[in-house]
Design a protein around this ligand. Structure first.
Ligand SMILES: [Zn+2]
Length: 374
């Protein structure tokens, strides 16, 4: 069987670049690897859902009660400016105890460690509780792969008692992250010749007034501070408008990104935005773009405690969002994020993972499977 290094290197070789993803070949590699383990009472499934896109779901211990679910995504963000890379982003390169390549830390290193742990543990003893492995497509673009699995009830609230996601946390457990709520606010004005602005309604000016007013909502949101997660943010991230240099703009829109604490529901944030818009007394429209729930596994949960005892680190939070929004937020399965690699490497040029970390991750994941399923 391949070593964890070989697994990580092979996975990096598949250019599963978001938003297209093209994960099918990578998924086929994982599917074949798991099939080759020839574990009794298991089922390995390949779920194609779009052109060249697929998830893999493996269930070990079909006839026994649910236990642990291990999850990782196969897609990666684009490599960015190729000139800034010292190596080929899609050919893993070893240097000074590190493996370089796009996805090395986010999160093909973590996926490789999960696959190796499954091989080490699944064959070693008979399971007392079921464990499930999920390799997802399209995580970087709104969790599209996992959403399909949930919509088709291939993954549901009864799939597992708890879940572990191998995203890069430097092998420190994270039990919480904020939710993501993103909306587009469009203002509808009326065009006129730029020489006669009084005949039109300038939508760009309304966007500007609106952005200035946001401060009052931000102040309200920042009254609540969470020890682990900080505060809820609300930030304009994209702005556009107008149809010509000499035309009073009849349209303008702004995208707002909010990273929200569990106490601020998306409905609450939306209502705050809505009342700001109403104050402007102009036609407007609010469209929801993204709504991912926070991850919020309690401090006292058995999984949090187990993660702390296995890693020897106190469970904290992670800054980025994960599929924990769906596993924990939507399905109610307690979830911990824990994986090799650092968030500083994530989405950057010359991304790497420490080889010692992916090796440590194998024994960490094996411990979870042993504790929860053997
Ligand atoms: Zn990731």
């Amino acid at each position: 069987m391949p070593s964890v290094q070989e697994l990580a290197s092979d996975l990096i070789g598949y250019s599963t670049v978001a938003p297209k993803g093209d994960e099918r070949e990578c998924a086929k590699y994982i599917f074949d690897y798991l099939k080759d383990l020839r574990v009794d009472d298991s089922e390995i499934n390949f779920h194609e859902f779009d052109e060249a896109r697929a998830n893999v779901v493996a269930v070990f211990g079909l006839k026994i009660d649910p236990g642990l679910l291990l999850s990782g995504h196969m897609d990666v963000v684009p490599p960015g400016d190729g000139k800034l890379w010292h190596t080929d982003p899609f050919s893993a390169t070893l240097m000074g105890g590190k493996m370089f390549g796009r996805g090395a830390s986010d999160m093909k290193g973590g996926l490789a460690a999960i696959l190796k742990a499954i091989q080490e543990v699944a064959k070693s003893a008979s399971l007392k509780r079921r464990f499930v492995f999920v390799a997802t497509a399209g995580e970087e673009t709104g969790f599209v792969g996992l959403t399909k699995l949930i919509q088709n009830s291939i993954i549901n609230s009864k799939s597992a008692k708890c879940a572990l996601i191998g995203e890069p946390t430097d092998l420190r457990p994270a039990r919480a992250h904020r939710g993501i709520y993103r909306v587009k606010v469009s203002f509808i004005g009326r065009s006129s010749h730029a020489s006669k602005p009084e005949l039109g309604v300038n939508a760009i000016e309304y966007v500007c007034k609106f952005v200035q007013k946001l401060n009052s909502v931000r102040q309200d949101l920042s009254q609540s501070r969470d020890e682990l997660l900080g505060t809820t943010t609300l930030t304009p991230t994209l702005i556009s408008g107008g149809i010509g240099e000499n035309v009073i703009p009849p349209n303008a829109e702004v995208v707002l990104d909010s990273r929200r604490l569990p106490i601020h529901s998306s409905e609450y944030i939306r209502s705050q935005i809505d009342s700001l818009c109403q104050e402007l007394k102009v036609e407007y429209e609010i469209r929801e773009l993204v709504n991912h729930l926070p991850l919020n596994t309690p401090e006292g949960n058995f999984l949090t405690k187990l993660a702390e005892s296995i890693t020897g680190s106190r469970a904290g939070s992670c800054a980025f969002g994960t599929e924990g929004s769906l596993y924990e937020g939507e399905l109610g399965i307690p979830t911990i994020v824990l994986g090799p690699g650092s968030v500083e490497q994530t989405h950057a040029e010359n991304e790497f993972v420490e080889l010692s970390q992916i090796e440590k991750a194998v024994s960490t994941y094996s411990s979870f499977i042993r504790e929860l399923c053997l």
